[in-house]
Design a protein around this ligand. Structure first.
Ligand code: GLU
Length: 367
């Protein structure tokens, strides 16, 4: 495979299994080696952001727990204990490189709300300008289900999209995507994530791991739509980062294709979890999907859930297929009132409005 160019900005995600051995015991040598590799990347001109798992695992190790607790409050306690150990570890590992680290803990809500999203982005840009290495993790200590990312693979892809990274490297104990349909070996390159590729991914069975290959593929899809290439490789391989960007790729590389979504559309597509839905008819599906047009009331068949005007909603086609996501210009009650009506019948109902599109194409992303 031709070597992907040295990244301008790279997000490197490290799984718990890479940073620890056994349950919650730090692999200090490996963390030191990774810090040295990350410092080399920086010295070569790449901006580096780390997404590090390990808080829960290190907390478990400190408490002597043999398996991940099922209770949310216990997991939160493990994360609170382990997160400070994790940051101490990273700072110690970067000390010999003369680099400072910065702890950034995020919840889903921090990236979902547009103002907070832009605030986190500005802060990360500032940290990079200061020449420190941001080390990001989910804020597991306050991880009520509704604000969770769920896994750091997804978080790393969202961070990559947020900061306009051109490469995302997901290092875990998995060496790459195994070609279960063909050679049985690691697939070196994936040009497109097809249903067949997705079928090759299975869940995790590791006691400290969270995501598994399925969450890495989901993460890859998010990053690719932001124009970011994705490596999945083993963090146990020596000098893995240098090797990846030399083109000596022992993992799987996912190639970005097509025009990347611009920043606001990324935010609409990937950083929301809409609870409101607008249902559309079969004729409206190709209008949105293939013609890139706005959703008009005439294509709407109904609504599900509650939403205000200006909120992001899912747009659902026949057979419950998720077609798109977008900002509704009307509330759920208003959409219900105008559903199925041609624009000339909507106009007298909303005389003060300049625009009558239910979801304007500038605020709509086909999924
Ligand atoms: N945030 C979790 C931790 O630091 C890990 C989640 C994940 O690896 O996906 O332990």
């Amino acid at each position: 495979m031709p070597a992907p160019a040295l990244p301008r900005r790279v997000v490197v995600k490290l799984g718990t299994g890479v940073l620890t051995r056994g349950i919650g015991e730090l692999n200090t040598e490996r963390v030191a080696a990774l810090a040295a590799d990350l410092a080399d990347l920086r010295a070569a001109g790449s901006e580096v952001i780390v997404v590090s798992s390990g808080a829960v695992g290190l907390g478990m190790g400190r408490l002597g727990l043999k398996k991940k607790p099922a209770e949310v409050s216990r997991k939160q306690a493990c994360a609170a204990i382990g997160q400070s150990l994790l940051m101490q570890t990273w700072q110690r590992a970067f000390d010999p490189q003369g680099l400072a680290v910065a702890q950034v803990l995020l919840t889903h809500e921090d990236l979902r709300s547009r103002a907070r999203h832009l605030g986190v982005k500005a802060c990360l840009e500032e940290l990079i300008r200061y020449g420190v290495v941001p080390v990001i993790n989910e804020n597991d200590t306050v991880n009520a289900a509704e604000i969770k990312f769920g896994d750091n693979d997804t978080l790393s892809a969202l961070v990559a999209g947020l900061v306009d990274a051109d490469q995302l490297v997901i290092l875990s104990t998995a060496p790459g995507l195994i070609d279960l349909k063909g050679s049985g070996l690691i697939l070196p390159v994936v040009e497109k994530i097809t249903a067949e590729i997705e079928a090759m991914a299975g869940g995790t069975t590791d006691v400290t791991a969270t995501g598994g290959m399925i969450s890495k593929i989901t993460a890859a899809k998010i990053a690719l739509r932001s124009g970011c290439g994705v490596f999945i490789a083993s963090g146990a391989e020596p000098s893995i980062l240098a090797r990846l960007f030399r083109g000596d790729n022992p993992g799987t590389y996912f190639v970005p294709a097509g025009a990347p979504l611009e920043s606001r559309k990324r935010w609409i597509a990937h950083y929301q979890r809409p609870t409101g839905h607008i249902l559309i008819n079969a004729c409206a599906v190709p209008v949105l999907r293939d013609q890139g047009r706005s959703l008009l009331a005439v294509g709407v068949t109904g609504v599900r859930g509650r939403f205000n005007a200006g909120e992001i909603v899912n747009i659902i086609g026949p057979d419950d297929v998720l077609v798109a996501r977008g900002e509704s210009a009307f509330s759920d009650a208003e959409v219900a009132q105008i559903s199925g009506l041609p624009s000339e019948q909507v106009r007298p109902l909303f005389p003060a409005r300049k625009r009558l599109e239910v979801v304007h194409r500038d605020n709509l992303v086909v999924l």
